[in-house]
Design a protein around this ligand. Structure first.
Ligand code: PLP
Length: 460
């Protein structure tokens, strides 16, 4: 006899029902097909503004062919963790090609951008380290800080002075609480999956508490040399680093579409002796004359110590990366648990990433065209009266503030068969409701006219 779910997991059933009632669940539709900017979503054909395939590489024939041919030749699976099986030639080539594309010494690829952050921060920082991280950084970065055991402060969004205070040991309590959004229009695009106050936009205070209280409650790093996954070589390496400091921001923020304050962050890092880490998931491929991202765009290639990114957006594929100096990357290869103790990307996915990098380097006109589309759309939306806040790239945010207005606009878009991403309370704080639209190379002038028409009457 099967035990009904609700009897087996009564506490989860209650929480899920509460989350549903509060509108705090994700719809998770099934996207059956994407052709250009058109997707079949739950059986309906929609014009989509929900993919981050900014440059259209996810559908590029060369990228698709590279994946298919490599899967035929090599098989699909990586079969085991990289610490056991090592890398395929495609992993090695992808890492070299990423370093080359970004103009840095070396790069390590991870199975996803999320894992890249989890693989980077706890390897570099731990008890004894101090981290200041913008509260608008991606959930994976905040999780990585939490996992590291360092004293970390999630500082108000865009407030570099608060980062500097936190690093200097003053004002650590200035952290607005991890995952909160008190600081402005940015913010993590994912709420806490736990039924914590963060889900109500209040932050759960753990980041602030960690910052205020130091890492006293954290266990010391273990030093077992075991390579089985039970030991903690990362902790052993990092412990040698001493009282290190880290300043972390995004190149472009997913919650507000705004740019990271890289120039100010680099200056603050210099003053405090911190190393600067930039998560450039949304800048990679899009910003800079060569598409190297926000560091190139800001003329700060040399000042950014560590570049984190993903191929899942402008790279048209999947797979995270960390890029920088060779010693840093080699340390990750030797010590980062999400590098060593999980299966690597399938070789076919690496081949797709390699093909995407080739197209990115060969066809800068893709980037130019994306920026033309982006600028024209921003101008038009602003002229129509929409508040785009500090939106500055293809990830475009329409601020409504009031949740009902944003909900009404989302419903209107849906009625016009347009797929957009509403960000509503409790996922964002009250008064900060918005709709996110990702512009891509696939969007034609006719698609955009359809968007403007659908939004008529929704101006705040
Ligand atoms: C800023 C940022 N960092 C990291 C990630 C995670 O990347 P991935 O989807 O490759 O895991 C994302 C994805 O949304 C992101 O926006």
């Amino acid at each position: 006899m099967t035990i009904p779910d609700v009897e087996r997991w009564p506490e989860l059933a209650t929480r899920l029902a509460e989350a549903r009632a509060a509108g705090a669940t994700f719809p998770l539709p099934v996207v059956e097909r994407i052709v250009g900017a058109h997707a079949v979503v739950d059986g309906r054909e929609l014009l989509t503004f929900c993919t981050n395939d900014y440059l259209g590489l996810g559908q590029h024939p060369e990228v698709r062919r590279a994946a298919a041919e490599t899967a035929e030749r090599y098989g699909w699976s990586t079969a085991a963790a990289r610490g056991l099986t090592g890398n395929s030639p495609w992993h090695r080539d992808l890492e070299a090609a990423l370093a080359d594309f970004l103009g840095v010494e070396d790069a390590a690829c991870f199975t996803g951008g999320y894992l890249g952050n989890l693989g980077l921060i706890p390897t570099l920082a731990g008890p004894g380290s101090t981290i200041a991280v913008d509260e608008g950084c991606h959930a994976s970065m905040l999780d990585a800080c939490r996992l590291s055991g360092a004293a970390w402060t999630a500082t108000p969004h865009g407030d570099v002075a608060a980062m500097e205070r936190a690093l200097a040991g003053r004002g650590a309590a200035a952290g607005a609480g991890e995952e909160g959004e008190a600081g402005g229009k940015g913010g993590s695009d994912l709420p806490s999956p736990r039924p914590s106050p963060a889900a109500a936009g209040e932050g759960d205070g753990a980041g602030g508490a960690a910052g205020a209280q130091g890492s006293a409650g954290n266990p010391p790093p273990r030093t077992s040399p075991a390579a089985t996954g039970e030991g903690d070589r990362a902790g052993a390496t990092r412990a040698a680093a001493g009282a290190d400091r880290w300043l972390i921001t995004d190149g472009g923020f997913a919650g507000g579409g705004d740019r990271g304050p890289l120039r100010e962050a680099a200056a603050a890092a210099r003053r405090t002796g911190a190393r600067l880490i930039v998560d450039d998931a949304h800048g990679f491929g899009v910003y800079g004359a060569l598409g190297r991202g926000m560091a190139e765009h800001a003329g700060l290639q040399a000042e950014v110590d560590v570049r984190v990114g993903t191929l899942s957006k402008a790279g048209g594929s999947v797979g995270g990366f960390v890029a920088g100096a060779h010693t840093l990357i080699e340390t990750l290869r030797q010590r980062s648990k999400p590098y060593l103790f999980t299966a690597g990307l399938p070789p076919a996915v690496c081949a797709a990433g390699l093909a995407a990098l080739r197209v990115l380097a060969r066809e800068p006109e893709r980037r130019r065209r994306l920026w033309e589309i982006t600028r024209a759309a921003h101008d038009r939306l602003r002229a129509l009266g929409f508040d785009l806040g500090a939106t500055s790239g293809p990830l475009t945010v329409l601020w409504f503030g009031d949740a009902d207005r944003a909900r009404a606009a989302a419903a209107q878009l849906d009625a016009h068969a347009i797929h957009a991403f509403p960000m509503l309370p409790p996922f964002v704080p009250a008064g900060k409701a918005r709709i996110r639209l990702a512009l891509t190379l696939h969007h034609t002038p006719a698609d955009l006219e359809r968007l403007y028409a659908a939004l008529a009457g929704c101006v705040r």
